[in-house]
Design a binder for this molecule. Structure first.
Ligand SMILES: *[C@@H]1O[C@H](CO)[C@@H](O)[C@H](O)[C@H]1NC(C)=O
Ligand SMILES: *[C@@H]1O[C@H](CO)[C@@H](O)[C@H](O)[C@H]1NC(C)=O
Ligand SMILES: *[C@@H]1O[C@H](CO)[C@@H](O)[C@H](O)[C@H]1NC(C)=O
Ligand SMILES: *[C@@H]1O[C@H](CO)[C@@H](O)[C@H](O)[C@H]1NC(C)=O
Length: 309
C-alpha cells in the first residue's frame, strides 16, 4: 500500500511536507521526468509487478517441471507463462503451489503419479516451507542442493522409488520439523547430522534399504534435550541392515531364535543319519560271510534254474 501511495504524494506537483519522505525517496522523486503523470504510473503498476516476479522461483519451477514426467497430465497448468508469474501476493496461479508475499511457499504434489526425478534447481525456491511430493513414482536421489532451502519445515518424499543416500546436507535446513522418507529405496547410513535438527518432531525413514547404526543422538534425546521427542522403532523398521536403539536388539544382526533352533535340529538329524549309516555299513561288513562261499552258492542256484542245452 505504501508503495502505491508514495509515488502520488511524491510527484512534484502534489509534494506534501518533505519530512514525510525519506531522503532516498526524495532524491528518486526529483530525478523523475517532470511530465511523469501519476495515471501513467498506475497503469504501469501491474506490469512492474509482473516484471518483478521472482526469477529464482521461475528457474525453480521450470526446472522442476522439466525433471518430472506427468503421465496423468495433472500439471497441465504448469506452463512457462505461469512460471513467469506464479504468485500474486498470497494468491497462487499454479496448481499444487501456495504463495506467500509473491513467493512460492508450499509445493504440495502428493499422489499425482509423477515420474522422473527431483530437480536440484528446487533449491532456487528459497522461500519454500513445505515440499510434499509423496506417493508418486519419483526415481533418482534426493538432491543435496535442498540444503539451500533455509525455510524448509516439512519434507515429505515418502512412498516413491528414490534411491541413494539421505544427503547429510539437509541438516542445514535448520527449521526442519518433519522428515518423512518412508517407503523408498534409500541406502547407506542415516547421517549423524540429522541429530542437529533441534526442531525435528517427526522422522520416518522406515521401509528403505538403510544400514548401519542409528545415530545415538537421534534416537536418544536424553539429557539437555530431554524435552525433545524420542523417535520410536516405527520410524526405523523395515531396513534390513539398520540396527541400534530404538530397534529391538539383534535385529538385522546375528541369528534369530528360529534360525538357531533350525540349525541345531538340522545338524542333530544329520549326525544321527550319519552315525546310523556308519553302524549299518559296519554291521553288514562284519556279518557278510566269506566272499568265496557266497559266490559259490549263487553260482549253484543259477546253474540249478538255467535249463541245460
Ligand atoms: C491452474 O489451476 C488452478 C487450479 O486448478 C487454478 O486455480 C489456477 O487459476 C490455474 N492457473 C492458470 C494460470 O490457469
Ligand atoms: C507424508 O505424505 C503421506 C501421503 O502421501 C502421508 O500419509 C503422511 O502422513 C505424510 N507424512 C507426514 C509426516 O505428514
Ligand atoms: C539410549 O537409551 C537407551 C534406553 O533408554 C539406553 O540403554 C542407552 O544407554 C542410551 N544411550 C545413550 C548414549 O544415552
Ligand atoms: C511411535 O510414535 C508414533 C508417533 O511418533 C506413534 O503414532 C506410535 O503409536 C508410536 N508407536 C509405538 C509402538 O509406541
Amino acid at each position: 500500500m505504501a508503495a502505491l501511495l508514495f509515488p502520488h504524494t511524491a510527484s512534484p506537483a502534489t509534494m506534501s511536507p518533505p519530512s514525510m519522505l525519506s531522503p532516498a525517496t526524495f532524491r528518486r522523486c526529483r530525478r523523475r521526468p517532470p511530465n511523469f503523470s501519476p495515471a501513467a504510473f498506475i497503469l504501469l503498476l501491474p506490469v512492474l509487478i509482473i516484471v518483478a516476479a521472482d526469477p529464482d522461483d521461475q528457474a525453480c519451477l521450470s526446472n522442476l517441471r522439466a525433471s518430472l514426467e506427468d503421465p496423468e497430465n495433472s500439471l497441465h497448468n504448469w506452463t512457462k507463462s505461469t512460471f513467469r508469474y506464479p504468485c500474486n501476493g498470497f494468491t497462487s496461479y499454479l496448481d499444487g503451489a501456495t504463495c506467500n508475499n509473491g513467493r512460492i511457499y508450499k509445493l504440495l504434489l502428493p499422489g499425482r503419479s509423477l515420474r522422473g526425478s527431483i530437480s536440484p534447481f528446487l533449491s532456487n525456491c528459497t522461500n519454500l516451507q513445505t515440499l510434499d511430493m509423496s506417493s508418486n513414482s519419483l526415481t533418482g536421489a534426493i538432491p543435496p542442493d535442498l540444503s539451500s532451502l533455509l525455510n524448509l519445515a516439512i519434507l515429505n518424499l515418502s512412498a516413491n522409488l528414490l534411491s541413494g543416500q539421505i544427503p547429510p546436507q539437509i541438516a542445514l535446513c535448520a527449521y526442519l520439523n518433519v522428515i518423512d522418507l518412508h517407503s523408498n529405496y534409500l541406502s547407506g547410513h542415516i547421517p549423524d547430522q540429522l541429530s542437529l535438527l533441534a526442531r525435528l518432531s517427526a522422522l520416518d525413514v522406515s521401509y528403505n534399504r538403510l544400514e548401519g547404526p542409528i545415530p545415538v543422538l537421534l534416537a536418544n534425546r536424553t539429557g539437555a534435550a530431554s524435552r525433545m521427542p524420542r523417535f520410536n522403532a516405527s520410524s526405523f523398521v523395515g531396513n534390513k541392515d539398520l540396527f541400534g536403539f530404538p530397534l529391538p536388539p539383534m535385529r538385522g544382526r546375528g541369528l534369530s531364535v528360529l534360525a538357531i533352533v533350525g540349525i541345531g535340529f538340522g545338524s542333530g538329524m544329520l549326525s544321527l543319519v550319519l552315525s546310523f549309516t556308519a553302524v549299518c555299513i559296519w554291521l553288514r561288513a562284519t556279518e557278510r560271510p566269506p566272499a568265496g562261499g557266497m559266490l559259490n552258492g549263487e553260482d549253484g542256484k543259477i546253474s540249478h534254474h538255467v535249463p541245460d542245452y
